[in-house]
Design a protein around this ligand. Structure first.
Ligand SMILES: [Zn+2]
Length: 106
């Protein structure tokens, strides 16, 4: 699918132009950037490739029921990398089908 010259789906004003975007550190993919709002859009095929790469690099975890919420255990590698401690505050949000956790400090 080629989005070159198509109207931007975010601002509905600008036109999309092909760029090389660093989707993840060191991973450059073909993307399209709006010349008005500068938002970056990916084709569905590229989006699927990026998601597959992220899953490949991810740890599989099962959710645990805690009261009316669900809890997620954080792999030791991430605990060590981010120097996480029990009872540390984490802000949790979602974006699309992703869960994003921001560590309280920094
Ligand atoms: Zn736009």
């Amino acid at each position: 699918m080629n989005l070159e010259g198509k109207t931007c789906g975010m601002c509905l004003k600008g036109k999309l132009h092909k760029i090389q975007d660093e989707a993840d550190p060191g991973i450059f993919v073909e993307a399209y950037q709006c010349d008005a709002c500068r938002e970056i859009e990916y084709t569905e095929a590229i989006m699927r490739k990026v998601e597959a790469m992220r899953r490949h690099d991810a740890h599989l975890r099962s959710l645990i029921k805690v009261g009316s919420s669900l809890a997620l255990s954080i792999p030791k590698e991430i605990v060590d990398k981010l120097h996480l401690k029990p009872k540390e505050k984490v802000y949790v949000t979602s974006k699309g089908n992703q869960i994003i956790a921001h560590v309280g400090k920094a």
